[in-house]
Design a protein around this ligand. Structure first.
Ligand SMILES: [Zn+2]
Length: 117
């Protein structure tokens, strides 16, 4: 039994990380994190927004190294499915445009997606 570090954004029991987003039934735009209000692109009401799986793979759009006790890298990733998200990056020498996909990172039984090359 695994629990999500960020409940509601992905299924912690899945073999590979897949994000839980919403898709607009009218214009097909995909959102992550899930959008609760109406579609920002076409103005469709919230009933038109349906939960949908969002593939956790895309390209590095930007990244920054954060120097804490345990340094980490946070990146903006342009997902193949559309949304631009922020996530942890585990790539030794990242470059803008690199292809990345998510794997599970576990900490005290809590899992979260981390992006690798
Ligand atoms: Zn829409």
């Amino acid at each position: 039994m695994r629990t999500a570090a960020h409940p509601g954004l992905y299924d912690p029991e899945a073999e590979y990380p897949t994000l839980t987003g919403t898709r607009c039934a009218r214009c097909e735009r995909v959102y992550f994190p899930p959008l609760a209000i109406g579609c920002e692109a076409c103005g469709a009401p919230e009933e038109q927004l349906r939960p949908c799986p969002v593939a956790a793979r895309g390209r590095i759009h930007a990244f920054a190294r954060v120097h804490r006790e345990t340094p980490f890298t946070i990146a903006e990733i342009q997902l193949d499915d559309g949304p631009l998200i922020r996530a942890l990056l585990d790539v030794p020498d990242p470059r803008i445009g690199d292809l990345v996909h998510a794997v599970w990172s576990a900490d005290d039984g809590e899992v979260e997606p981390v992006f690798r090359a």
